[in-house]
Design a protein around this ligand. Structure first.
Ligand SMILES: Cc1cc2nc3c(=O)[nH]c(=O)nc-3n(C[C@H](O)[C@H](O)[C@H](O)COP(=O)(O)OP(=O)(O)OC[C@H]3O[C@@H](n4cnc5c(N)ncnc54)[C@H](O)[C@@H]3O)c2cc1C
Length: 474
């Protein structure tokens, strides 16, 4: 049976649900909703700023897209320099651009250091590339350890479904196996990736591309093990026009397509190495025309992603040297959703801000990852890089939803355009905006004030005390 046919979730045929009661099971200075990269940053940042913090997450583990959707590796958080395009570079890690200074530190540094210490990641170096390959299972454990070390309480298996207080958020309602529950907080940080809490509170937002609302394609990621890296790299060395950095295989794709064995939805195969020698993570499925906040679309995307994954895995095994004995050991527990809602904040970050490496007085995080737009309608990816050795600032105003109080937002759903989002959605930048939102929320909660009233300078001082990198600050 196919998944339910697409029907708009806002449909004509509605019923009124019975009024129900919910137990208030906890109170906190700061409630962080969502335990992905942004949620980790927010919870640790808020706790280290002295707040009593509770993090609630819908799944039974932390890490968000990094673990649930197997989105690997952590993308670049270093400035880059142009280096000559080297066809056939023999690597499974991107080294195509020179490697500069890290522009993010703080909680991200703690996360990466702990992952490396636990042999769950490869630290970025000019030789291994400017990304951080990691093991998602180690990531899940390290994320819990980070919360424990900062004294953050957490509740798993809790899906936020509403807010108390409307535009002045007083608490959040969660659906759980114990029935509906409520957690009250002085300030809430929305790290759901979809701006769920902001939307429940009535905040204004945009979805996808400004001109037509189209969102970036989804991808079901998967790991293959039993992969012979030496054989693969030997093939790449002997076919230097067929592999560039971490993607390619154009001739083999053409051959398989002509034989009817493959109908790839993107332009090439994109593979990343992991910390394990016999393993790659494959980022090559592409599901277009589906919304990550529509349950019918999501059901369709899971089906379509799995169909594409099976076909790509067979292609790799039958056509690509090094994959003969490889098999899919794990696919994402959920399809990866690149973007849905973005709040409209007191400032909207633009592609120009990113590409001009613009600086702001109220900087609270920095990014150096390029604009990276996956075609929402089919093959093609646009990459536009920052100037060499440069980074852009993200202002505090991008984290504060206009017209809603006692709420800060972090991660991929902060205030920015569709194009700017393709840069600031990189997981390391989400950790950094998370830490800043957590710090702002903690200062607001402890001072009984609104996040909108917290001076940027106070947030910056605390972030610097916590080891964040705000070098672009003026
Ligand atoms: C296919 C794909 C490939 C990508 N490739 C890379 C890459 O190689 N490197 C990189 O750095 N970035 C990559 N990204 C981007 C990056 O993974 C995400 O943008 C980043 O993880 C976003 O972090 P976040 O914390 O904002 O949201 P998420 O990682 O989505 O985390 C949100 C968390 O909130 C929880 N949640 C959601 N709704 C609720 C709710 N209502 N109640 C309770 N909990 C809730 C979720 O379960 C999740 O744990 C990729 C993204 C995709 C989709």
């Amino acid at each position: 049976m196919p998944p339910l046919k697409h029907v708009s979730t806002v449909c004509a045929n509605t019923v009124t649900l019975p009024v129900r009661e919910a137990g208030v099971i906890a109170e906190a200075d700061v409630l962080v909703v969502g335990g992905g990269p942004a949620g980790l940053g927010a919870a640790v940042g808020a706790a280290d700023a002295g707040a009593d913090v509770l993090l609630a997450e819908r799944y039974g583990f932390l890490g968000g897209s990094a673990t649930a959707a197997l989105v690997m590796p952590l993308m670049s958080y270093h400035t880059q320099q142009p280096s000559p395009r080297q066809a056939g570079s023999v690597t499974l890690f991107p080294t195509d651009h020179g490697f500069g200074e890290p522009v993010i530190a703080g909680v991200l540094k703690r996360l990466v250091d702990k992952l490396v210490e636990r042999h769950g990641a490869i630290a970025p170096t000019p030789e291994t590339g400017y990304v951080v390959p990691f093991d998602p299972e180690v990531f899940k454990s390290v994320a819990l350890e980070l919360l424990d070390a900062s004294g953050v309480r957490y509740l798993l298996h809790s899906l936020a479904s509403g807010v108390l207080g409307g535009r002045v958020v007083e608490g959040v309602v969660f659906e759980t196996k114990s029935g509906p529950i409520v957690i009250r907080a002085r300030t809430v940080v929305d790290c759901t990736g979809d701006a769920d809490i902001a939307a429940f509170a009535g905040a204004r937002y945009v979805i996808g591309r400004e001109r037509d609302g189209v969102t970036g394609p989804m991808t079901l990621m998967f790991r293959m093990t039993g992969f012979d890296r030496d054989q693969f790299l030997a093939y790449v060395r002997s076919h230097p026009d067929q592999w560039y950095g971490v993607h390619g295989l154009w001739d083999l794709i053409r051959e398989a397509t002509l034989r009817g064995d493959l109908s790839l939805q993107r332009e090439d195969i994109l593979l990343f190495g992991t910390p394990h020698n016999g393993e790659v993570v494959v980022n090559s499925t592409r599901i277009t025309g589906a919304s990550g906040i529509d349950v019918c679309d999501l059901s369709h995307a899971e089906r379509e992603g799995r169909r594409q994954m099976d076909q790509i895995a067979l292609f790799l095994r039958h056509y690509v040297p090094g994959f003969r004995d490889a098999y899919v050991v794990q696919s994402g527990s959920t399809v990866g959703v690149r973007g849905t809602r973005r709040i409209i904040g007191d400032y909207v970050l633009t592609a120009d801000d990113v590409l001009q490496a613009r600086k702001f007085n109220d900087v609270i995080a920095r990014g150096a990852y390029p604009i990276d737009i996956h075609n929402p309608n089919g093959p093609g990816t646009i990459i536009r890089r920052l100037p060499p050795d440069e980074a852009y600032d993200i202002p505090l105003r991008c984290l504060l939803p206009r017209g809603v109080d006692r709420l800060a937002v972090a991660g991929k759903c902060i205030s920015g355009t569709y194009e700017a989002h393709s840069s600031f959605r990189a997981a390391p930048i989400c950790v950094a905006t998370g830490q800043a939102a957590g710090v702002c929320a903690a200062i607001a909660a402890l001072g009984c004030t609104s996040p909108h009233e917290v001076p940027a300078r106070v947030v910056q001082d605390e972030l610097l005390r916590q080891g964040a990198n705000l070098r672009g600050m003026r």
